[in-house]
Design a protein around this ligand. Structure first.
Ligand code: GYE
Length: 319
């Protein structure tokens, strides 16, 4: 009896300790901005995940500028937060500020993008496999196009960001296995609809009014939605005259798919914070080092996957 009581007390103390630590935990989040529907959803979900755990979240929107992110991180360090989340807008330039956090023993977790820095400077990175995402997009196009000659135009993500670098790499690997599919133009659209439309307009002008373009590969759905607008304004049919393949699987791309204006997207979950908070709680409790990379799933969706049903299902997930 006495042993059972002791075990129960220990279990209750442990549960209380971990819930108290989550309750009193303050986490700073340096978010890139709200350049895309996916990014806005990530912010919403991160706030929901923090609330669920009783974590006090200090949120800073960097308007897509690294210097604002670095300033925000320094602010979190000065405030003595328990941990810091960073969605790093670009892959380089983080060593100094991460060393400052390390000196103050404040763990840093990267969300949705990787950085070129020693992984001793951060606790873990919660991201998709972005090379794989690009490969899946490329393999879909290879299958869809068959032996037909296909001139592809590419809308890259933010210059110097890990998704832009990796998604380009993966897609090129996939089409390199063919001799009939080539990227003829490639430029950054900075992950935004506006820029995606602008750059697609310039591609159409440069490529004989667009009739020679077989497909557009956009590193995210928001640029793809902008490109769809440009294709329509040029009097062409997106989804058939020019195939549209992209990444994120935000609700609006499924609306376009249902209208026959988009063809394929690779899903990226906006919930990177849930896994981040889980490993953080474990680390703060017993200093157990998590793996340096927590990989999120990537799933291909095409028009065959009942797009309006997917659209409805996604509407509630932070978008
Ligand atoms: O694909 C895009 C956002 O960092 C992987 O950033 C993320 C990308 C995402 O702007 O919509």
């Amino acid at each position: 009896m006495r042993q059972a009581l002791a075990a129960l007390t220990a279990a209750l103390t442990l549960a209380l300790a971990s819930s108290v630590s989550a309750q009193s935990m303050t986490v700073g989040f340096s978010q890139i901005g709200s350049e895309s529907g996916w990014r806005a959803a990530e912010t919403t979900v991160t706030k929901q995940e923090a609330e669920k755990r009783g974590i006090a979240l200090k949120f800073a929107d960097a308007q897509q500028k690294q210097e604002n992110q670095i300033k925000a991180v320094r602010g979190f360090i000065a405030q003595g937060v328990d941990a810091i989340l960073i969605a790093p807008v670009v892959a380089t330039g983080w060593d100094a500020v991460l060393k400052e956090a390390k000196e103050e023993k404040i763990p840093v977790i990267l969300l949705d993008r990787q950085i070129d820095a020693p992984d001793s400077l951060y606790l873990t990175a919660v991201t998709s496999d972005q090379v794989h995402e690009g490969r899946v997009a490329g393999e879909w196009l290879v299958k869809d196009v068959g032996a037909k000659t296909c001139k592809v135009v590419e809308l890259q993500g933010t210059t110097g960001s890990s998704p832009a670098i990796n998604r380009k790499k993966g897609f090129e690997e996939a089409i390199a296995k063919t001799t009939n599919i080539k990227i003829v133009r490639s430029q950054t659209g900075d992950f935004t609809r506006t820029k995606g439309k602008e750059v697609m307009e310039s591609f159409i002008k440069a490529e004989g009014g667009g009739k020679d373009i077989c497909a557009v590969y956009a590193h995210n759905d928001d640029m793809a939605v902008g490109a769809i607008q440009a294709i329509k304004e040029a009097g062409l049919k997106p989804g058939s005259d020019i195939k549209v393949v992209s990444i994120d699987a935000v609700p609006d791309i499924f609306k376009a798919m249902a209208a026959g204006e988009a063809n394929a997207t690779v899903e990226l979950t906006p919930n990177m914070a849930g896994p981040a908070f889980e490993v953080l709680a474990a680390y703060l409790k017993d200093k157990k080092e998590p793996p340096k990379w927590i990989q999120t799933e990537s799933k291909l969706y095409t028009a065959k996957d009942d797009p309006m049903k997917v659209y409805e299902a996604k509407k509630g997930l932070g978008y």
